[in-house]
Design a protein around this ligand. Structure first.
Ligand SMILES: [Zn+2]
Ligand SMILES: [Zn+2]
Length: 787
């Protein structure tokens, strides 16, 4: 029997978490059950983890817990993503150093990154625990790390496999380039940002003494102007075909040609093509066979090809060139326009296009196969499959996978110093090795080609998505435990945010296809983003970040969890509203009070349900219906519906109506009138607890232990969802319970209107169809029948 008056979450949530840990309630062990594996997104170990981000991890935990209660053997590992740009950008800013500038040694920089990552990684442990999220295999205290030797060895192994199969090649091409990060970036890593820019109208002289006006937002690229184009239908310019203009900065002659890409309405309808202002520029120069002239160096400064502007940054060069053109009277107009500028997804710097030699992974020739595999994965919500399909259809270049950075997985390649032979180690499936070619010798002595023993190690690293796109293989224990892998792959669920469909999800699909010819997941769950009350993204600059721990301290983890899954439908952004969490805390306390009430009554182990009283039969019929609906919703990851149905049933049907109706029989009844009620309250309340358990793991565990646990190890989280007992005429009785609720509401309202207390006598007729519930209704309302 429970004595306490309130749910003391501050005390019990911590105790219960320790209990789970001590009794290994969630331990993963291979057995006969089907594995339900979850490829939890390893959070980037940078900055602060706000409540909006944490909410999605609560959703994953509810997925894991509800799968376990459906009888699956759940594999739910936790990891931390520590590779790539985020930590590098963080360290560069914090220590005011730059890799691109070369003012720190590689060894020292890696050390700094590791140190900061370890510090930043601590916060996750505490938050995960306080939220009641319980991982297994790799848990909060022992998360896997994408920069561990084991993980990096697997990344390198997959590279070695793909290399042997000829799927990776080296090429010198123009690529997206972030000069701030000093690296090539993939198309998938580009974001677009609307910015207001100056559009300059600039006078270019023609060879014949006339002139044209060209509008551009990037006057600093004028020294790299290679051809001038207009639309073939534009009669204003057709007489210029094949003529030359004079570059106002370099005085070079520039050919004028027609090209259908030109938008006649933009600017003056005639434009310059520079090497390079966009991908379209690259294509047009290739098409015309015109050589490029690169004027921007990898550090984002103008090079020797820019003449007197050499050494200036892009921004400085723009200002200087505009100033010079203005002096010459060449700027005839200047206006503000809004345009979408491609920026680096990590540091938000506008990207440039630079020719670099990189390694590429083939992808564009597999689009059909990838589309077919994408179709095999079931998406929740369905609409997001289209995002993936559209992205795949639009791919027209292979994936540049090499990066000129430090804190990432090294590309395992050595070059023979004498003949240039490229050596990639043989894949070692028994014991994958982690290689650091920039400081280590290759696992081979002589060059197979020329016999030389001198090697140069590759300095570059992989794109961060090359690491994260094998997370599902790593969590399914590929290579490291093939007994698990054979049962766990394809992985059951990939839960993730919609903003990384074209990166994380797409690349995982690509790698899974190239390595195994299979889809990586059975289900893909896409969640929205946690935003502030006004629907804005939480960010430091807006000052609207809410942290989870203070909210948990105030309302308890269960209340926060109920908000995270119950506030909006899956896939929609979820605004954080504190009063909603406060409301949930009230509901949870109500559940506690119901539990306290129920806990005073004996349980009946054997009861013949044919002897049930009509009211008891009716609530069981109603419960059976919601039981099936809730389990169905759990199967569809529709937790919003679970919360909506359960909350109403718990509070209205069960507590406010049923318990009030049977109080007298429970407390004063004799024989079967009491037994029927005893059986029923426990059947229904036990069911309620089990159905709430994935969402409210703490309070349900507490009440379970107090009322239903057979022994200390018998956690609620080891139970299965209940099965409905058979009730004859179930549909009819469920409906009758709804009628009882209506009748009760009517009487309560009537008494209120008449200024009567709930216990006061009232004289009213009981409707014919509720005749069989008469006894309980009279007891509840103190009815004196008119007849
Ligand atoms: Zn960048
Ligand atoms: Zn050689």
């Amino acid at each position: 029997m429970i004595k306490e008056k309130r749910w003391n979450f501050k005390k019990y949530e911590k105790e219960i978490y320790e209990y789970w840990k001590k009794y290994k309630i969630y331990e993963f062990k291979l057995d006969d059950r089907e594995i339900f594996s979850i490829d939890t997104p390893p959070p980037y170990t940078s900055g602060d983890w706000h409540i909006g981000a944490v909410a999605s991890y609560i959703i994953h935990d509810v997925v894991a817990r509800s799968a376990r209660m459906q009888g699956y053997n759940v594999l739910f590992p936790f990891g931390l993503d520590r590779n790539g740009l985020p930590v590098e950008v963080y360290v560069e800013k914090k220590y005011k150093i730059s890799i691109a500038r070369g003012d720190v040694s590689r060894e020292d920089f890696i050390e700094l990154c590791r140190k900061e990552l370890d510090k930043l990684g601590e916060q996750y442990k505490e938050i995960v625990k306080r939220c009641g999220i319980f991982y297994n295999y790799f848990d909060a205290d022992h998360p896997y790390k994408t920069d561990s030797d084991e993980y990096r060895a697997l990344t390198q192994l997959t590279f070695e496999i793909l290399w042997k199969r000829g799927l990776i090649y080296k090429d010198k091409r123009v690529n997206n380039w972030c000069w701030r990060c000093g690296t090539t970036i993939a198309d998938a890593e580009i974001e677009y940002k609307e910015v207001e820019q100056d559009l300059y109208y600039i006078k270019f002289d023609l060879e014949d003494g006339n002139h044209i006006i060209i509008a551009t937002t990037r006057p600093e690229l004028i020294p790299a102007c290679r051809v001038i184009i207009y639309h073939p239908d534009d009669e204003r310019y057709t007489n210029l075909e094949g003529k030359y203009a004079i570059n106002p900065i370099t005085q070079e002659k520039i050919l004028i040609k027609s090209h259908p890409r030109v938008e006649k309405e933009f600017g003056t309808g005639i434009e310059m093509v520079c090497s390079y202002g966009s991908f379209a520029d690259i294509e047009i120069l290739e098409e015309f066979g015109i050589k490029s002239k690169i004027i921007i160096n990898p550090a984002g400064k103008l090079n020797e090809n820019a003449g007197k502007y050499q050494g200036l940054t892009i921004k400085e060069a723009r200002e200087k060139i505009v100033e010079d053109l203005r002096k010459e009277g060449r700027i005839v107009k200047q206006e503000k326009i809004k345009s979408n500028v491609p920026i680096c997804w990590r540091c938000k710097t506008p990207i440039e296009f630079i020719e670099m030699e990189e390694y590429y992974l083939k992808q564009k020739e597999f689009k059909e196969e990838l589309l077919a595999l994408a179709e095999k994965m079931k998406f929740y919500p369905e609409k997001y499959k289209e995002h993936l399909i559209t992205w795949i259809k639009n791919i027209n270049r292979d994936w540049p996978i090499s990066r000129r950075r430090y804190y990432a997985t090294e590309i395992p390649i050595w070059y023979c110093k004498r003949c240039g032979y490229i050596y990639v180690p043989e894949p070692n499936f028994k014991e994958p090795k982690y290689y650091k070619p920039w400081k280590e010798k290759p696992p081979i002595d002589k060059c197979p080609n020329c016999g030389s023993t001198e090697w140069v190690g590759e300095k570059r690293v992989f794109d961060t998505w090359f690491d994260s796109s094998i997370s599902e293989l790593y969590v399914a224990r590929y290579v490291y435990d093939m007994n698990i892998f054979n049962k766990a792959f394809p992985v059951t669920v990939r839960p993730q945010g919609y903003e990384i469909i074209r990166t994380w999800l797409y690349y995982t699909l690509l790698r899974s296809y190239l390595l195994f010819g299979k889809e990586p997941f059975k289900y893909v769950i896409i969640n929205g983003m946690g935003v502030d009350e006004k629907g804005r993204k939480m960010s430091k600059s807006l000052g609207n970040i809410v942290f989870p721990i203070p909210i948990i301290e105030k309302y308890g983890a269960d209340a926060l969890r109920m908000w995270a899954v119950g506030e909006v439908k899956l896939g929609e952004n979820y605004p954080f509203k504190e009063h909603k969490v406060a409301g949930n805390a009230k509901f949870i306390n109500k559940l506690f009070n119901i539990g306290r009430f129920v806990s005073q009554f004996n349980k009946l182990d054997n009861y013949d349900t044919k002897k049930l009283y009509p009211t008891d039969k009716a609530i069981i019929a109603k419960f059976n219906k919601i039981l099936r609906a809730v389990i169905e919703a759990y199967k569809n990851f529709d937790f919003f519906t679970v919360v909506r149905i359960l909350k109403r049933f718990t509070r209205e049907d069960f507590a406010s109506n049923y318990l009030e109706l049977v109080k007298k029989r429970l407390k004063g009844g004799l024989g079967n009138e009491k037994n029927s009620a005893l059986f029923t309250i426990h059947y229904v309340f036990k069911g309620i607890l089990l159905l709430w358990a994935p969402i409210l793991p703490f309070i349900t565990e507490y009440l379970w232990q107090k009322i239903y646990a057979k022994n200390r190890e018998d956690s609620i989280h080891k139970q299965l969802f209940p099965k409905a007992i058979e009730i004859d005429k179930e549909e009819e009785y469920a409906d009758k319970f709804n009628k009882i609720i209506e009748f009760n509401a009517k009487i309560w309202k009537l008494k209120e209107e008449k200024g009567l207390k709930l216990k006061d006598v009232i004289s009213i007729d009981i409707p014919k169809d509720l005749e069989e519930f008469k006894e309980d209704l009279i007891n509840l309302h103190n009815i004196v029948c008119k007849k």
